[in-house]
Design a protein around this ligand. Structure first.
Ligand SMILES: *[C@@H]1O[C@H](CO)[C@@H](O)[C@H](O)[C@H]1NC(C)=O
Ligand SMILES: *[C@@H]1O[C@H](CO)[C@@H](O)[C@H](O)[C@H]1NC(C)=O
Ligand SMILES: *[C@@H]1O[C@H](CO)[C@@H](O)[C@H](O)[C@H]1NC(C)=O
Ligand SMILES: *[C@@H]1O[C@H](CO)[C@@H](O)[C@H](O)[C@H]1NC(C)=O
Ligand SMILES: *[C@@H]1O[C@H](CO)[C@@H](O)[C@H](O)[C@H]1NC(C)=O
Length: 817
C-alpha cells in the first residue's frame, strides 16, 4: 500500500461518520435444551464431523458427509432422526502414514467428505479429502454401497479439510470450485464427468483468473443455463490497497465446450464481477461468508431471483459485525453484459477498456468463435461495474452478532402477502430467525443449536418439512422453522410478528398459518395487538381504579407476607427481550428513594407500613401493555406464625392478562403469560436475559439492608429472619448514598454513551479472536447482572447504586439505551 496513514485516516473518518447502529435483539431466546423449541439431534460416538449435508427432494432422507463415513439419516419421523445406513470410507493405514509423513496433522488426515451431490435418481456422487489425496466415488442412494473403483478427486475436492469448496451437479456433470493441489495455491473452477462431445473444462490459469479465492457457494439458474459461483479473493484491481479482499460472483455457461485452438478445454464463458455489500458512509462488508438464493415468487420472471449473502469486514473497526445484502439476478446479468476491465500486461494494472470491444465476454455460445474473439474474452473477464445490492443498501447490519451461514425462505402470511424470512447462524451457536420488514429486520427468535464454536458448519433448509438442519462436528441438529404453540396468548402471538404464526380465535391458539384455512389474527408489519386481537373480543387491560382492585380481569395475585423492615423483592419475568417492565402501585407513586428496580426487572424495597399494599408489574412491548404479575404485600400477623396458604408463591393461580386469555377452567395453566407453575422457570427462561447466569428459582429475600443474611423461601417455608429493631438510621444512610450514586451514574452514563459512539473508531483485536470473545448483549447483560449480584452481597451501597441506575433513567435491562 502506498499511503497507509492516509488510508487509516479515511477508514477512521468513514467509520466515525456512520450512524450508531440500532441493536438487533432477538425477541425471545431459547437456550439449549429449552422445552420451548423442540430440537432433534443426531450424534453418535462413532460418527464425527457431520458437516456436509444433502437433503432428498421429498425431505425424508438426509445424507451426511462425515469423517470417514457417509450416512443416510431418516428424518421423516417427528421425534427422532434415525440412522438408516452408514458407509465407511476411510484411508488405509499406509495412506495415513504417508499423510503424516508429509507433515500433516494426524487429525486432518482422515477422509472428510466435502462433496455430496445427487448424480441421478439412483446414485450419489461423493468426494473426500482422503488423507490429503482427494478421491471421489459413486454411492447407491438406497443401499449406500460404493462403486468399486474410486475416481481421482483432484480439482473436485480440496486436499485440506479446512479449505472451503463448492460443488454442484447439473445434468450429470459436476461443477466445482476448489483448490487443485496439495499446497492449496492452485484454485480452479472446473467441470467434470462430461461425456461425448462435451469435454471436461477448467479455468485457464495463465492469467490469474482467480486470485487466492475462498469458494463459498454455487448456484444453478435453469432459465439462464448458467452456473454462478460465489467466492472472495484478493482484489488486484485495487492495487493501491494491499491484500484488499473482494467478494465476487462469477458465471459460466453450461453449453460451453471450450475453444477449438485458443482456450482448448478451457472456459470460454467465464466472467467475474465484484459483489458490493456496503452501506452509505460505511466501509464495505467485503468478505462474503455464505449466500443462498431465493427463487422468484410464483409467476415472477427468473430475473427476480434474489441472492442473500452474509458479509463481514476485513477491517478491525468492523470486526465482530456482519451484514446481509441481497442481490438481484437481473443486476448481476446487466453487470456481466456491460464493460470489462483490461489488464495491462506490462504494468500489471487494471483499467477500464478504451479500445473497441471485439466480443461480449461472458456470452454463451462462443466456443465456435474465432481465435481473435477468444483471445479477447480470455483477457477480458473482470466486469467493470460492481453488482450493487438491492436498494443500494445493506439489508441487515448486526453489530453484535457475527453471522456465518444463512438460508432464506419466502413465507406467505395470513394477509396473503409474502415475507422474506432469514435464518442466520451465529458463530456462537445460535440460529436467528428474522423477518424482513419495511422498518428493517425483526429477529423473531433465537435458538441455541451448539455450544462449542465450530470451525466448519452447514445449514440446510427443508421447506416441505418446515425444518432446518445444522451440521457441525458435534452432530446434526434439526430445528423447526416455526412452532407457534409457544405463544399462549393472542397478544404474544401477534407481538412475535412471525409470518408463520397467527392467532386462531376459534381454537384460541397460536397456529401455523400454512396449516389452517381459518382467518388468523396477525400483524407482521406493525405488530399491533390492539387491532389484531380486537376481533377476538380482546379488551383493554383493566387498570387499577383508585383504592380498588380490578375485579374480573385481574384477580388477586400473589400474597406476600413480610415482617416490617425486611427487604422485599418482587419478581417480574420479562414477557420478551423487547418488552419494558414497569411497576405500579394503585393510587401511589413508586419513588426512587424507597424502591429499587433491579436489573432483572424485579422490584426491591424495605417493608414499612407505607410500602405494604398492592403491586402490579406491567410489561410494555410495541405500545401494548399487559399485566405480568400482581402482588399483595402484607404484614405477617406474627413473625413466626404463618399460614401455608399465604405462601403459595411457587404455585399460585394463573394471572390472566387479558380477557381474551382468561379462560377459567379451560386450561388452568395454559391461558396465562407467563405460566407461574412449577415449570414456570423453564417456560419463561428462554425469554429472560439471564442466559448464562443461573438464576435461582427460589424467592430470595434479604434480612436487613446489608444483604449479608439471605434467607431463602422454599416452597412455602417460612422466613425466619425478621429482626426486632428499626432501620431508620440505615434508611437515611442508604438514601444519601443513593443520591450520591445517582449523580455519579448519570455522569458515567453520559460518558458511556459518548464512548459507545466513539469506540467504533478504536482499533480492535484481530478477527481471529472474534469468535471466542464475542458476547451477545444479553450475555453482557447477564454478566453485568452477576457482577452486580456479587457486589450486592459484599456491600450495602452496591445494591443501591445498581438499582438506582435502572430506576433513575427509566430504562429497563433489555431496552437499548
Ligand atoms: C412445539 O413445541 C411444543 C412445546 O412447546 C412441543 O410439545 C411440540 O412437539 C413442538 N412441535 C414441533 C413440531 O416441534
Ligand atoms: C472434526 O471434529 C473435531 C471435533 O470433533 C474438530 O476439532 C475438528 O476441527 C473437525 N475437523 C474438521 C476438518 O471439520
Ligand atoms: C446413475 O449413474 C450411475 C453411475 O454412472 C450408473 O451406474 C447408473 O446406471 C445411473 N442410473 C440411472 C438411473 O441412470
Ligand atoms: C461452428 O460454426 C459452424 C459454422 O459457423 C457450424 O457449421 C458448426 O456447426 C459450429 N460448430 C459448433 C460446435 O457449434
Ligand atoms: C433453591 O436454591 C438452592 C440453591 O440455590 C437449590 O439447591 C434449590 O434446589 C432451590 N430450590 C428450589 C425449589 O428451586
Amino acid at each position: 500500500m502506498e499511503n497507509p496513514s492516509l488510508l487509516s485516516l479515511i477508514v477512521a473518518l468513514l467509520s466515525f461518520l456512520s450512524p450508531c447502529l440500532t441493536r438487533m435483539t432477538p425477541r425471545v431466546s431459547f437456550h439449549m435444551g429449552s422445552p420451548g423449541r423442540h430440537l432433534t439431534r443426531f450424534s453418535s460416538h462413532d460418527v464425527s464431523n457431520t458437516t456436509t449435508l444433502l437433503l432428498s427432494e421429498d425431505g425424508d432422507m438426509l445424507y451426511v458427509g462425515a469423517r470417514d463415513a457417509v450416512l443416510a439419516l431418516d428424518v421423516s419421523h417427528k421425534d427422532a432422526i434415525i440412522l438408516r445406513n452408514k458407509l465407511d470410507w476411510n484411508p488405509s493405514e499406509i495412506d495415513l502414514e504417508q499423510c503424516s509423513m508429509k507433515g500433516k496433522e494426524m487429525a486432518d488426515c482422515p477422509n472428510f467428505i466435502r462433496v455430496l451431490q445427487f448424480l441421478n435418481t439412483t446414485h450419489i456422487y461423493a468426494c473426500g479429502t482422503f488423507a490429503f489425496s482427494p478421491r471421489c466415488t459413486y454411492i447407491h442412494s438406497e443401499t449406500l454401497t460404493m462403486s468399486l473403483k474410486p475416481d481421482e478427486g483432484r480439482g473436485r475436492c480440496p486436499y485440506d479439510p479446512y479449505q472451503r469448496n463448492t460443488a454442484i451437479i447439473v445434468d450429470g456433470e459436476l461443477y466445482t470450485g476448489t483448490v487443485a493441489d496439495y499446497r492449496g495455491n492452485r484454485p480452479v473452477i472446473s467441470r467434470h464427468l462430461s461425456e461425448g462431445r462435451r469435454v471436461d473444462l477448467k479455468l485457464d490459469d495463465t492469467l490469474g483468473w482467480l486470485e487466492d479465492p475462498t469458494f463459498i457457494s454455487s448456484s444453478f439458474i435453469p432459465d439462464e443455463e448458467k452456473i454462478y459461483f460465489f467466492f472472495s479473493e484478493v482484489g488486484r484491481e485495487y492495487d493501491f490497497i494491499d491484500k484488499f479482499i473482494v467478494s465476487r460472483v462469477s458465471q459460466i455457461c453450461m453449453s460451453d465446450v471450450g475453444g477449438q485452438r485458443t482456450l482448448q478445454r478451457r472456459w470460454t464463458t467465464f466472467a467475474k464481477a465484484q459483489l458490493l455489500c456496503q452501506a452509505d458512509n460505511e466501509l464495505p462488508y467485503n468478505v462474503i461468508q455464505d449466500i443462498d438464493s431465493l427463487p422468484p415468487a410464483e409467476g415472477a420472471p427468473a430475473d427476480d431471483t434474489l441472492f442473500y449473502g452474509i458479509f463481514t469486514s476485513q477491517w478491525s473497526v468492523n470486526s465482530g459485525r456482519s451484514a446481509v445484502c441481497s442481490f438481484r439476478l437481473t443486476d448481476i446479468k446487466s453487470v456481466f453484459s456491460g464493460n470489462y476491465k483490461v489488464l495491462n500486461r506490462d504494468t500489471l494494472q487494471w483499467s477500464t477498456r478504451v479500445q473497441e470491444k471485439v466480443a461480449n465476454p461472458g456470452e454463451c455460445g462462443l466456443h465456435n468463435a474465432s481465435d481473435n474473439t477468444l483471445r479477447f474474452v480470455k483477457e477480458n473477464f473482470l466486469a467493470d461495474d460492481s453488482v450493487r445490492p438491492v436498494g443500494r443498501s445493506v439489508t441487515v447490519v448486526s453489530a453484535e452478532h457475527s453471522y456465518s451461514h444463512l438460508t432464506v425462505q419466502r413465507v406467505q402470511a395470513a394477509n396473503r402477502r409474502d415475507y422474506t424470512v432469514l435464518f442466520l447462524l451465529t458463530e456462537s451457536g445460535y440460529l436467528h430467525k428474522a423477518v424482513l420488514l419495511q422498518s428493517g429486520a425483526h429477529i423473531i427468535e433465537e435458538v441455541q443449536v451448539f455450544k462449542q464454536p465450530q470451525p466448519i458448519k452447514s445449514l440446510k433448509l427443508s421447506i416441505p418439512k418446515g425444518m432446518i438442519y445444522v451440521g457441525t462436528s458435534e452432530g446434526v441438529v434439526r430445528v423447526p422453522t416455526a412452532n407457534c404453540s409457544f405463544y399462549w396468548t393472542c397478544p404474544q402471538c401477534v407481538l412475535a410478528r412471525d409470518p408463520f404464526c397467527g392467532w386462531d380465535p376459534v381454537s384460541r391458539a397460536c397456529v401455523q398459518a400454512s396449516n389452517t384455512q381459518a382467518s388468523l389474527s396477525q400483524d407482521i408489519d406493525s405488530g399491533n395487538v390492539e387491532e389484531a386481537c380486537n376481533s377476538v373480543s380482546f379488551t383493554h387491560r383493566a387498570r387499577f381504579a383508585p383504592n380498588k382492585l380490578p375485579a374480573a380481569s385481574c384477580p388477586a395475585g400473589e400474597l406476600v407476607s413480610v415482617s416490617l423492615n425486611e427487604v422485599v423483592r418482587l419478581q417480574c419475568p420479562a414477557a420478551s427481550q423487547l418488552s419494558q417492565q414497569l411497576w405500579e402501585r394503585p393510587n401511589s407513586r413508586l419513588s426512587s428513594d424507597l424502591y429499587l428496580h433491579l436489573e432483572d426487572g424485579s422490584l426491591s424495597f424495605v417493608a414499612t407500613p407505607a410500602t405494604l399494599g398492592h403491586y402490579l408489574c406491567l410489561s410494555t412491548e410495541n405500545g401494548y401493555q399487559q399485566t405480568i404479575a400482581i402482588y399483595h404485600v402484607k404484614q405477617k400477623s406474627s413473625p413466626m406464625a404463618h399460614t401455608p396458604s399465604s405462601h403459595t408463591w411457587p404455585q399460585t393461580h394463573p394471572i390472566p392478562t387479558t380477557k381474551a386469555v382468561a379462560r377459567p377452567g379451560l386450561h388452568p395453566s395454559v391461558g396465562t403469560w407467563p405460566k407461574r407453575t412449577e415449570t414456570r422457570q423453564e417456560e419463561t427462561e428462554p425469554t429472560l436475559s439471564s442466559r448464562d447466569t443461573p438464576r435461582d428459582r427460589n424467592v430470595t429475600m434479604w434480612a436487613g439492608e446489608s444483604g449479608q443474611k439471605e434467607a431463602e423461601l422454599r416452597d412455602g417455608e417460612p422466613l425466619l429472619s425478621a429482626r426486632g429493631h428499626c432501620y431508620l438510621k440505615e434508611l437515611v444512610v442508604v438514601s444519601v448514598l443513593l443520591v450520591l450514586c445517582l449523580s455519579l451514574l448519570i455522569t458515567m452514563l453520559l460518558y458511556v454513551i459518548r464512548q459507545r459512539c466513539r469506540s467504533r473508531t478504536a482499533p480492535q483485536p484481530g478477527t481471529s479472536s472474534r469468535v471466542s470473545d464475542r458476547r451477545t448483549p444479553v450475555e453482557h447483560e447477564a454478566l453485568r447482572g452477576s457482577q452486580v449480584l456479587s457486589k450486592r452481597n459484599g456491600q450495602a451501597s452496591g445494591l443501591v447504586c445498581n438499582g438506582a441506575l435502572t430506576g433513575s433513567n427509566g430504562h429497563l435491562p433489555n431496552t437499548p439505551i
